[in-house]
Design a protein around this ligand. Structure first.
Ligand SMILES: *Cc1c(COP(=O)(O)O)cnc(C)c1O
Length: 361
């Protein structure tokens, strides 16, 4: 970006490019790991009723502490993991990206470490919040090497260490016993281990939320954008020791989460069985798609999420990406040479994808 010379933009921002997954119309939108199933008529009605009720109070600021929603999220997490969290252990914001930003603002002093390739927003939000980012490494097959990761933690002594499980864009999950080893290393260097579990509901691995009570330096990030099929509402949250939530209160903007968002998200939690009902469908569809990609001679990294990173095609990734888009199929070029990522869509979208791909590889 060529900024005008008169613009006093911060020096460290001048070379950055904004997050920009293409938002273009396509017959099959399989590029941002959204849930393809839209809300049912019953849920739409319930959200409308809740928003109707809140509308009469919109002259007032919302509940700054999002009490009802945090209580609901604690119940949801406790129900899934047999934990005993209360609202003091939950913070909620406009998407987990805002949670990540707050973590950098509160704890970024001694830098942050992540293991690449992983979620591209972790380093970007780090840079924007002036947190030094250290790029750690993975195995050649993109799995996390726990021993190497531990050594990198001990070497760099970051105040924040990020792991994503299941990892985006590769899809593999980290065993909770391995997360414990990382947590031990993080404890030695006096930092926090941030476990981004954006895709946890798709994985059979135990949640790191079960570690929080005995490891207060473990912070788990969740979102309603993926399995919960609620990306448009922008709701992300963290599960942690209460003192970490107290630090979030310092850096959050006043009344950050709108009354409309809070009301809609509470309804979504009431409909959790319906919203999460598609998780099994998506997992089966993922297994079918992996099989079909194999039949096309392609290789997939094993995924515990709602997307697949695949390789083995002959054209360069940007070229194949473009050719698929010309056929109405939007997937994701995550910037890994020779790889593309496809989100699991509904049956019709997956079929479109495979049909289009068959003509191109
Ligand atoms: C999609 C995603 C998020 C979600 O962000 P929201 O702001 O909650 O929509 C967070 N982390 C990872 C790894 C993701 O893939």
């Amino acid at each position: 970006m060529n900024w005008p010379t008169w613009l006093p933009i911060r020096k460290d921002l001048q070379t950055l490019t904004p997050y920009g997954a293409p938002q273009v119309l396509a017959d099959a939108t399989l590029n941002t790991n959204e849930n393809p199933y839209s809300p049912s008529p019953k849920l739409i009605q319930a959200i409308s009723d809740a928003v109707f009720n809140v509308a009469s109070t919109l002259n007032r600021y919302p509940d700054r502490d999002a009490t009802a929603l945090r209580v609901g999220l604690a119940d949801y997490i406790n129900g899934q993991n047999s934990t005993i969290f209360s609202m003091e252990n939950i913070w909620v914001a406009n998407g987990s990206n805002e949670i990540i930003q707050s973590l950098f603002l509160a704890f970024g002093d001694k830098g942050a470490l992540g293991f690449t390739p992983s979620y591209s927003m972790h380093p970007l939000i780090a840079k924007v919040s002036r947190t030094q980012w250290v790029e750690g490494s993975r195995n050649d097959d993109y799995s996390l090497n726990v021993d190497t990761a531990v050594n990198q933690i001990l070497e760099h002594k970051p105040s924040l260490t990020f792991i994503t499980t299941p990892n985006n864009p590769t899809g593999g999950a980290v065993k909770v016993t391995d997360i414990e080893k990382l947590a031990d290393a993080v404890k030695i260097v006096g930092g926090l281990l941030v476990v981004d579990e954006a895709y946890a509901e798709f994985s059979s691995e135990r949640s790191a939320a079960t570690l929080v009570k005995s490891n207060p330096h473990v912070v788990v990030i969740r979102t309603m954008s993926k399995a919960f099929a609620f990306a448009g509402a922008r709701v992300g949250y963290l599960i942690s020791d209460a003192c970490i939530v107290d630090a979030m209160l310092l850096v959050r903007l006043p009344y950050h989460l709108s009354a409309l968002t809070q009301a809609a998200a509470c309804v979504a939690l009431d409909f959790k069985d319906e919203l999460l009902g598609y998780v099994d469908t998506l997992i089966s569809a993922r297994q079918k798609l992996v099989q079909e990609l194999h039949e096309l001679g392609l290789t997939c990294i094993e995924s515990s999420a709602n997307f697949i990173l695949f390789t083995g095609f002959k054209s360069p990734a940007p070229k194949l990406w473009r050719e698929l888009l010309d056929k109405g199929v939007l997937i994701r070029d995550v910037g890994l040479e020779g790889y593309l990522r496809v989100t699991i869509g509904n049956e019709a979208e997956n079929k479109l994808f495979i049909t289009a791909l068959r003509d191109l590889v």
